[in-house]
Design a protein around this ligand. Structure first.
Ligand SMILES: NC(=O)c1ccc[n+]([C@@H]2O[C@H](COP(=O)([O-])OP(=O)(O)OC[C@H]3O[C@@H](n4cnc5c(N)ncnc54)[C@H](OP(=O)(O)O)[C@@H]3O)[C@@H](O)[C@H]2O)c1
Length: 344
């Protein structure tokens, strides 16, 4: 069976992840006749373009999932909690983009190509957090070749990470700022136009870690099966429409040269943009709309002396990817394709 012979439902089809998912399914040749789409009850009955076809939005209910082979959940965790058991009971494979099941040990948390043994026939699969996917996709070749002892990272996260509402807030606040009108914060606790601020997820009062940072720590450890890996994230929101960037300092399990690091990353399928002479490195604008994980500014940590062979264990680099594709919709589709390829 192929993806384009599978009866597919997309819940949250009008959102930024849902629309990206539909564009990937269209590019994969999934015919509109095999697709059902749903969103909130307010949207029910309205239409959504899919290639040259118009799909009618349904309500996300037991009726909606009945008879489907595969359901992509691209709505919130509350919708996932309600609908995933219903879809599973109806015989569908469920791939959920929300955080509802990511910490559930019975639910695989899967980045195809990174932790493929994670799936052993389960019907509900969790798509990891977008920043965690970027981190493990960027570092997996180094982990596989040299091991990783610790990671310190800062994220520069696009406003569309907070959905369509985040994008709309950036556009309207930018317009207000340019026309010198008042721009009270909305969606985010701070004004997002021409500004950078700490990630808008809730901060744990005791530890000071915010929700996004906690997800990166826990999900990265779970994906790699390294429950005590030292990870220190600081997550920021930046006035960028889409694609997250991460500034990473990684301590490898052994000392290697910068050339070995670059070679290992490029052989691992990463897109290298590392032009020191032109000062050109990965950017969100470049990564937007692509399926690549971009890396660059790859250098030994200047705080640590190189050994006699010009090697060190600590490297700094930038990694960037379109979080709506690589960090969400594309990973979900790759999970579906991997399941189909294994004959389910
Ligand atoms: N944005 C990202 O970068 C990103 C990355 C990874 C994971 N995720 C996760 O992906 C999911 C979708 O995020 P998003 O950014 O696409 O959000 P979004 O743009 O706000 O879209 C939310 C979608 O959910 C639908 N929805 C709302 N209430 C619903 C209900 N009761 N029943 C069915 N559908 C409902 C909305 O429909 P209406 O249009 O009718 O309101 C819309 O289609 C979230 O769980 C998010 O955490 C997002």
């Amino acid at each position: 069976m192929n993806l384009n012979q599978t009866k597919i439902g997309v819940v949250g089809a009008t959102g930024v992840v849902g629309r990206e998912l539909l564009s990937i399914l269209a590019a994969r040749g999934v015919p509109p006749s095999l697709l059902r789409v749903a969103a909130s009850s307010e949207a029910s009955g309205s239409t959504l373009s899919y290639g040259n076809a118009e799909l009618i939005l349904a309500e996300a209910s037991a009726n909606f999932v009945a008879g489907l082979d595969l359901v992509f959940l691209c709505a919130g965790a509350d919708v996932a909690q309600r609908l995933a058991p219903v879809a599973r009971a109806a015989g569908a494979i469920v791939i959920d983009n929300s955080s509802a099941f990511r910490a559930d040990p019975r639910v695989p948390l899967w980045v195809p190509g990174v932790n493929d043994p994670a799936w052993s026939g389960e019907s509900v699969i969790a798509n990891p957090n977008c920043s965690a996917i970027l981190l493990v996709r960027a570092l997996e070749p180094l982990r596989a070749a040299f091991g990783i002892d610790s990671i310190i990272l800062s994220t520069y996260q696009a406003v569309s990470g907070a959905g369509q509402a985040g994008l709309s807030a950036l556009w309207s606040q930018t317009q207000a700022r340019l026309s010198q009108s008042p721009e009270p914060p909305s969606v985010f606790p701070e004004s997002c136009a021409f500004n950078v601020f700490s990630h808008d997820s809730e901060v744990e009062l005791d530890s000071g870690v915010n929700g996004e940072e906690r997800k990166i720590i826990e999900e990265t450890r779970r994906i790699w099966g390294t429950p005590s890996l030292a990870i220190t994230p600081t997550c920021l929101r930046v006035p960028v429409e889409r694609a997250h960037l991460e500034s990473i300092v990684v301590e490898l399990g052994m000392a290697v040269s910068v050339d070995q690091v670059v070679l290992t990353l490029s052989q691992g399928g990463l897109r290298i943009r590392d032009d020191r002479a032109r000062n050109q490195f990965p950017t969100p604008r470049l990564a937007t709309g692509t399926d690549d994980v971009w890396v660059g500014r790859i250098r030994p940590d200047p705080a640590v002396a190189l050994d006699g062979r010009g090697c060190t264990r600590r490297f700094a680099l930038l990694a960037c990817a379109d979080q709506l594709r690589v960090g969400a919709a594309l990973n979900a589709v790759r999970i579906a394709e991997a399941i189909i390829a294994r004959g389910r």
